[in-house]
Design a protein. Structure first.
Length: 1177
């Protein structure tokens, strides 16, 4: 695949691990544990969870949580374009789609070859192909020999002419027939050469397939090939007769290794091996030769090109679920599908190699699933990676432009493409005129605005008639072409566009000022000397947009020493200095600001002077796991490394790493990578636990030879710096921050995008070059690898013990639980082991039967849901010990898989855990509530999919969506061990995959909002402590968020402070028949001490008492001292309310009449008391 330079690869999703036990054994185990069998739903197809509340999920895709499709726009009659953006639990996908009517007489398909020849090392970008051939849209085509010959690897037919014969090793072909329909399958070539002079005849093996000559071939070579080198062959050169059917031989030459450009009336016959011998023996100058070419099984071929794989055949996926090469790698991709009736084709280009929340890219099975979902009966994959591109002429445009976002960051030249044309020979009269895309126009008085306007003819092509604009009443604006100069006073009117006999109008409003102004981006981090374009947008009082030209905006900065802003909104950061700058935009009486961080602070990562930590390789390294020795050599094919103590980047350095490179003078891509022997040796963490770096900096010293080779990074012959990291998820990611085209030291920064998963690990520092050319040898020095952090202060979290919950969710104490409901007890993180019966977690767990028995009747649990990490490891002995402890509760129980139940993954849950506790994900009813429990023991739900027992081979997210869809209860409790978002400041006990965290919350929130009659809450363990938040999918707290509970410490050192939920506890959730949920946070206390600010108070006076609880403790921990306050449930009472009353929640005492009263507080069944005396006044 032509993928370089954006060559990052994500590991293919793991094949599903078979279940260790049969379902019957699972159910038997569950019943023995006192639980009820899990709900088992057969089938794992992606569409099984399809419902009205979720978008459909294509086969083999991760669950689609959201999909947004733009309205189709006609590029010409019969060709519609739209964008499709899907958010899945495995990453975002973004596609550009062409819906093509193959029966529309206006539509024609054509193949374009780069610069109209096969051999073209420079190749050609698709927009250029479209513009020079008049196409209205198109996509990239076949895989090709990138950075070498540029030739496509498969067949090419253009306008009925066979440019290159099918390649048997690439059996995926697309062809267009004379009637405009498309065939997708495998075409073959057969040919015959006949010497009419000697009557000798022999088979031809191909046309212009010169790469076959290395293994022996006999080819017809045409002017379409272009000049090229070949394996030593015998070449017959000749010229064609006027009718082009007979070749007259001019010469026969043996040992030919290069073919020149042929004229249109010339052809060669080129043979190697035994075929060359045949030519030498049977063909002579002056002979007259005829050839015959046949394609089959379908010979009705007008246009054709090959691809990488047949994705769909006869309505079924045609690629394996697991396969070699790129089959299971997320890539940007391009594909074409055809409906069964042959009337429609769908062209699709998916972006990829971008942040997980922007564009993940697809595997081949996923692309096949999308194609079948969109009606493809047959479908083919074309080249992907940076080659995946779509262009189109949008309405109002004169020529095609790039519609997708290529992963290289710009268009990549490719070998060929498949394009769409209008058969209309000349522009027709306008049938439709459009101004401002049909939307009302609001403008600021006294400004001039360029207004988009265009006209289309009956074929939806640009019309022959020119557009003219007019304004009514005329005094509102002066018209200059398509520019409107507005009067200095407000007013309302109409804007009309006319083209020939077509016209349309939109409402026009001129305002004296704007209601609101905003600046985009609202914040940005800049290197010293960098620039940032800022854009101001305005809205009117009604909320509609105001067209705001740049000349209407005034810009200013508060700290000019750190940078300045031009009249066009471009901010330029100062060359030196670090700090925060506020840029203010003013327009129409309103102002808005943007916050810019200039410069950075650095944290050392590695000085690059200890070579015992580093090795060197010529292998491609942007993979996981890597396949190089550790430790490895200091010398390899393309160079070596050494310490140069005399060359330093900065004062005080002890030297630098000398990377000596020697690249071969060949075509191709060559790596020289310096890698750490310890893959975890250098980590780049979040600064202070909450601030991600904005870049990686390293000093680089070039040389005079490199400085004499100007060009962009990754251009042929340019040595380019390559920085490779692994994210916390093990996803390899690489950056190419600069071409080394300088002499002397320069500080180079590889900017890090948002959304990476921390901590990062350094994989390698590399030098890469494409087509090195002769004499590319020398030395590059590297020194002082650093992480760069923005001066922008991280946003500090504000602790809220209990948020303002919806009315149906009530925080209270157990004495307030109303009768008639069902109570579920939840807890987590006991970390019991058979060898430590005196540990705090075991002590706490064994105390619970008595604790439960002492609760008021309404609060006594009828069900226990453990949230994981109840055992410290996943051995059978410790899991059996845990089951014995849970049996002692005397209450039906279930346990969610935690990372400790599986020994941090060393003892997967489909083994010992399943044998002891049963299913790894399950659902059951608890009164009016439906409990839906997934497995996130591998610190994420998706990461745990491979170890499931029920729904083997399926996705837990599909199962979860199905459970939510089928839920008939009015309360849904969605449970998993690992929080999507760690509620505590340390923020390290959460899903590893941060995009998955967002999608998990988004899925549940979508269910909540589409099912207003169901009350939904989420429950987690793992992040030791108690917390409740109302979470939005992005992790922020908001009143409309889904209630997220972390109930996570039954006897291990907490991750939060005692005053912020960091105490030993369990939770009680009381679900009432009216769907109200009352909950209490029950501390595990040994005693409570109450303190009064003053031993006495006068009638009418108030004072607030405080209480401190001492936690239970085993022989492994010191008891915690915990304030009795939110989020701990408690109840304050007075022994004599006539003397003194007390607020049941706050402990605020009010003196009433002289006397003495005992003020008590009860928390977790433990009571503390203080005596208060009310004096006579």
């Amino acid at each position: 695949m032509a993928q370089f330079p954006n060559r990052s690869r994500r590991r293919g999703r793991a094949a599903r691990t078979p279940a260790a036990l049969v379902a019957a054994a699972v159910c038997a185990t569950l019943l023995a544990a006192g639980g009820t069998p899990a709900t088992a739903a057969a089938g794992t197809r992606a569409d099984a969870s399809a419902s009205s509340w979720l978008p459909p999920t294509p086969d083999q895709w991760p669950l689609v949580v959201d999909e947004r499709t733009t309205a189709p726009r006609a590029l010409t009659r019969g060709v519609d374009h739209y964008s499709d953006t899907l958010q899945t639990v495995g990453g975002a996908q973004r596609a550009q789609v062409l819906d093509v009517s193959l029966t529309d007489r206006d539509v024609r398909l054509g193949v374009v070859e780069s610069h109209d020849r096969l051999t073209d090392p420079a190749d050609e970008v698709p927009s250029s192909m479209a513009q020079r051939t008049g196409a209205v849209a198109g996509i990239n085509g076949d895989f090709f020999e990138i950075n070498t010959s540029g030739r496509p690897e498969g067949m090419v037919v253009r306008d009925g002419r066979l440019l290159k014969s099918p390649e048997p090793s690439r059996p995926a072909d697309l062809w267009v027939r004379r009637d405009g329909t498309i065939g997708i399958g495998t075409e073959t070539y057969s040919g015959t050469l006949t010497d009419r002079t000697s009557a000798a005849s022999t088979p031809l093996t191909g046309v212009n397939a010169v790469d076959d000559l290395g293994a022996g071939a006999l080819l017809r070579v045409t002017s379409d090939l272009g000049p090229t080198s070949v394996a030593a062959s015998t070449a017959v050169t000749g010229h064609l007769d006027a009718d082009g059917t007979t070749l007259t031989v001019d010469a026969v030459r043996a040992g030919v290794t290069g073919l020149p450009q042929l004229a249109d009336d010339q052809e060669d016959l080129v043979g190697s091996g035994s075929y060359g011998d045949w030519l030498s023996a049977h063909v002579h100058a002056g002979d007259r030769i005829t050839t015959a070419d046949t394609l089959g099984p379908d010979s009705d071929v007008v246009q054709a090109l090959s691809g990488g794989a047949i994705l769909v055949k006869d309505g079924e996926r045609a690629v394996p679920l697991q396969g070699p090469g790129d089959n299971n790698i997320d890539n940007p991709v391009t594909a074409v599908g055809v409906t069964k009736d042959g009337r429609h084709a769908i062209f699709a280009t998916f972006d990829g190699h971008q942040a997980e929340g922007v564009a993940q890219g697809l595997t081949r099975p996923e692309l096949a699933g999308w194609m079948t979902q969109h009606g493809a009966w047959d479908a083919i994959l074309f080249d992907g990676g940076g080659s995946a591109q779509m262009v189109g002429r949008l309405p109002g445009q004169a020529r095609a432009s790039v519609l997708n976002t290529p992963s290289d960051g710009h268009e990549r030249p490719v070998a060929n493409g498949l394009f769409l044309y209008s058969r209309e020979e000349a522009a027709g009269p306008a049938t439709r005129a459009v101004v401002n895309e049909g939307a009302p126009l609001t403008a600021l008085a006294g400004t001039s605005v360029d207004v988009p306007a265009y006209a289309l003819d009956r074929a939806d092509n640009p019309a022959a008639d020119q557009v003219t604009l007019s304004v009514s009443p005329p005094g509102l604006a002066t018209v200059h072409g398509t520019t409107l100069a507005f009067a200095d006073r407000p007013g309302r009117g109409t804007l009309r566009v006319r083209a020939g006999h077509a016209s349309s109008t939109v409402p026009l409003t001129v305002v004296g000022g704007v209601h609101a102004l905003s600046v985009t981006p609202a914040q940005a981090d800049l290197d010293n000397g960098a620039t940032q374009e800022l854009t101001a947008t305005a809205t009117a009082s009604g909320g509609g947009p105001v067209s705001l030209p740049p000349s209407a905006v005034t810009w200013s900065v508060d700290r000019p020493g750190l940078g300045g802003v031009g009249a066009d909104g471009t901010f330029t950061a100062a060359a030196t200095g670090t700090g925060m700058v506020t840029v203010t935009a003013t327009a129409g009486g309103a102002e808005a600001t943007a916050s810019l961080a200039v410069g950075s602070t650095t944290v050392p990562v590695d000085p690059l002077t200890d070579l015992s930590k580093w090795s060197v390789t010529s292998d491609y390294m942007n993979v996981y796991p890597r396949r190089v020795p550790s430790p490895g050599p200091h010398s390899t094919t393309n160079g070596d490394i050494s310490l140069d103590p005399s060359t330093t980047a900065r004062p005080g350095d002890s030297g630098s790493m000398d990377v000596h490179y020697t690249y071969p003078a060949k075509t191709g891509t060559y790596d020289l990578s310096v890698y750490l022997n310890d893959p975890a040796g250098e980590q780049i963490p979040l600064l202070n636990g909450d601030q991600a770096p904005i870049g990686l900096g390293v000093w680089v010293k070039g040389n005079a030879d490199l400085a004499s080779r100007p060009g962009d990074g990754l251009a042929p012959g340019i040595v380019t710096l390559n920085v490779g990291i692994w994210q916390a998820s093990n996803q390899p990611t690489s950056f190419y921050p600069t071409g080394i085209t300088f002499d002397g030291w320069q500080y180079v920064v590889a900017k890090l995008p948002q959304g990476l998963q921390y901590p990062l690990r350094v994989n390698y520092l590399g030098l890469v070059t494409i087509k090195p050319g002769p004499d590319l040898t020398g030395d590059v020095h590297l020194a002082d690898l650093e992480a760069l952090y923005s001066p922008r202060p991280p946003k500090q979290a504000t602790y809220t013990a209990i948020p303002k919950n919806p009315s149906w969710l009530q925080f209270t104490d157990v004495s307030s639980f109303r009768p008639g409901g069902t109570t579920v007890a939840a807890f987590d993180d006991a970390h019991t082991t058979a060898a430590t019966p005196g540990a705090t977690g075991t002590v706490a767990l064994t105390s619970l039967p008595g604790v439960f028995g002492a609760l008021p009747a309404a609060a006594r649990p009828q069900q226990v849901q453990a949230l994981g990490d109840m055992s410290d490891n996943g051995t059978t002995g410790d899991l059996t010990n845990l089951r014995t402890l849970l049996d002692g509760l005397g209450v039906p129980y279930r346990d969610a898989v935690g990372n400790h139940e599986i020994t941090q993954g060393a003892d997967p849950e489909n083994g010992d855990f399943t044998s002891v506790f049963g299913a790894t994900h399950y659902a059951y009813d608890a009164g009016a509530a439906r409990m839906i429990v997934t497995d996130s023991g591998h610190i994420g739900i998706t990461a745990s999919d491979a170890f499931q027992v029920s729904d083997v081979g399926g996705s837990q997210y599909q199962w979860l969506a199905r459970q939510l869809t089928e839920n008939t209860r009015k309360v849904a409790v969605v449970v998993t061990h690992t929080p999507a978002y760690d509620p505590h400041p340390r923020a390290d006990s959460q899903f590893t995959d941060r995009w998955e965290a967002r999608m998990y919350e988004a899925l549940v929130q979508r269910y909540q909002r589409t099912h207003p009659g169901v009350h939904v809450l989420m429950m987690f363990g793992h992040a030791r402590g108690f917390s409740e938040d109302l979470r939005e999918p992005d992790g922020t707290d908001a009143p409309g968020g889904v209630p997220n509970f972390v109930v996570a410490d039954l006897g291990t050192p907490p991750y939060a402070t005692p005053d912020q939920g960091g105490f030993f506890h369990y939770g009680l959730f009381h679900v009432l028949p009216d769907n109200t949920v009352q909950f209490a946070v029950q501390p595990l206390l040994a005693s409570v001490a109450v303190a009064a600010p003053s031993p006495s108070l006068a009638p009418g006076r108030k004072e607030r008492l405080t209480a401190t609880g001492t936690s239970v403790a085993g022989n492994d921990l010191t008891a915690l001292q915990v304030p009795v306050q939110d989020p701990m449930s408690r109840r304050w009472t007075s022994s004599d309310p006539r003397v003194a009353t007390v607020d049941a929640s706050t402990g605020e005492v009010t003196g009433r009449h002289p006397g003495t009263a005992r003020i008590s507080v009860t928390a977790g069944g433990i009571t503390g008391t203080a005596t208060v005396t009310v004096t006579g006044g």
